[in-house]
Design a protein around this ligand. Structure first.
Ligand SMILES: [Cu+2]
Length: 388
């Protein structure tokens, strides 16, 4: 039984702000008001959301609608687009289920790792009845209105508590220009976008395929339950059309990387993630280097100014959207593929995957590292760093 607290926490994941609290989070009393000042930086697409612990209560924290995208406009913007459109995905009416919610494709990738699965039965997962973009189920909001020949800059945020999402727009490709608000070194076209919980993508679409289309998830059930928005060309009519994207459109962060080698690091910190299966009707617990958050005796100390590599090793069959507060990190290796220059604050590590992320410890004080999947975070998947 988790008791409802009279407090609410709103996390400011807006930017690298120095707020006199451990993880750039602020508490305010129920029905209270809070005013604070900050210098918006760095430029790019950011995410404000509740960081309250939900535990067994699916009406708290990131399960709720307490979220918003925030766009810090760059001081200099070449403006190579005709209009900007903000899209935020979210799921509603969550429920506990015994079924694993992973995607078919990810499950197939993990077939070979099956023998590594823990023997105890998997604990509760979270499913949803309704899906939305910008708070409306597909067909219930205003369409995105475009004209042929326009370049539309989409700012997309996955504000899910637990879900990774894929999005496609039939007949169109996305030119990805920024990930988590940070410009990518190599602009690339993709057919399908993938966003882990809390990830953001800025992508330009050239409107060169007139019609009325569904911009939505390729997962048929989720799209039918609302995960989509209509894109309508001026002068086009009829029902919105959906066409499944090409089958082999695998998401790969490294295609956006630079060919330059990554900067040298001063120290490597291995972080191994494991799951203690909760069994039928129980909750899985999560450990980092053998310890859940509540069993970690002290924050991991980092020395100010040094460049660190977190060598992330996922020994579980679930993908995890891993987030480090108050910092922007650089991806330097994804499942054995070296890369550089892709700067993010959330990275999805696939089941049994390995990712290296580098950052300079230039934010003094405490910063929280955690899985952005609410159920994982609430059941131990967190660790504090302390830059001294
Ligand atoms: Cu996780």
């Amino acid at each position: 039984m988790v008791r409802r607290s009279a407090q609410r926490c709103v996390a400011i994941c807006l930017s690298i702000v120095e707020i006199a609290s451990s993880s750039a989070s602020i508490w305010r009393p129920a029905r209270g008001k809070l005013r604070y000042r900050l210098t918006p930086q760095p430029a790019g697409l950011r995410f404000v959301h509740s960081h309250v612990v939900a535990g067994t209560d699916l009406h708290r924290g990131a399960y709720t609608g307490q979220h918003a995208p925030v766009y810090v406009e760059p001081a200099h913007d070449p403006g190579r687009y005709d209009q900007e459109v903000f899209l935020t995905t979210h799921e509603w009416e969550p429920f506990f289920t015994g079924e694993e919610m992973e995607e078919e494709e990810e499950r197939a990738e993990q077939e070979e790792d099956k023998e590594k699965r823990e023997p105890a039965a998997n604990g509760w997962e979270v499913g949803y009845r309704l899906f939305s973009i910008n708070g409306r189920a597909l067909g219930h909001g205003e369409p995105v209105r475009v004209r042929q020949g326009e370049r539309v800059l989409f700012h997309i945020l996955n504000a899910s508590a637990t879900e990774n999402v894929k999005l496609a727009l039939p007949g169109h490709r996305f030119l990805v220009v920024a990930l988590d608000g940070n410009l990518v070194p190599t602009l690339k076209h993709v057919d399908v976008l993938r966003l882990g919980a809390a990830e953001r993508i800025d992508a330009i679409v050239e409107m060169n395929h007139p019609g009325v289309w569904i911009f939505g998830t390729p997962r048929d059930d989720d799209r039918k339950n609302g995960m989509g928005v209509v894109v309508e060309y001026a002068g086009a009519g009829g029902d919105p059309q959906w066409v499944s994207p090409p089958r082999k459109s695998k998401w790969d962060y490294t295609i956006f990387g630079s060919s330059q080698p990554a900067q040298k690091t001063d120290q490597v910190i291995p972080m191994t993630f494991r799951k203690i299966n909760g069994g039928k009707g129980g909750f899985n617990r999560w450990t980092i280097n053998g310890k859940s958050y509540e069993d970690q005796s002290a924050p991991t100390k980092l020395q100010k100014g040094l460049r660190y590599r977190l060598a992330l090793d996922n020994r579980t069959d679930d993908p995890h959207p891993l987030h480090l507060h108050r910092n922007v990190f650089e991806l330097t290796n994804v499942d054995g593929r070296p890369t550089a220059g892709v700067k993010k604050d959330v990275v999805v590590i696939r089941g049994f995957g390995r990712v290296d992320i580098d950052f300079t410890a230039d934010q003094p004080g405490l910063s929280l590292f955690h899985c952005h999947h609410q159920l994982h975070m609430d059941y131990g998947f967190m660790q504090l760093f302390d830059v001294v």
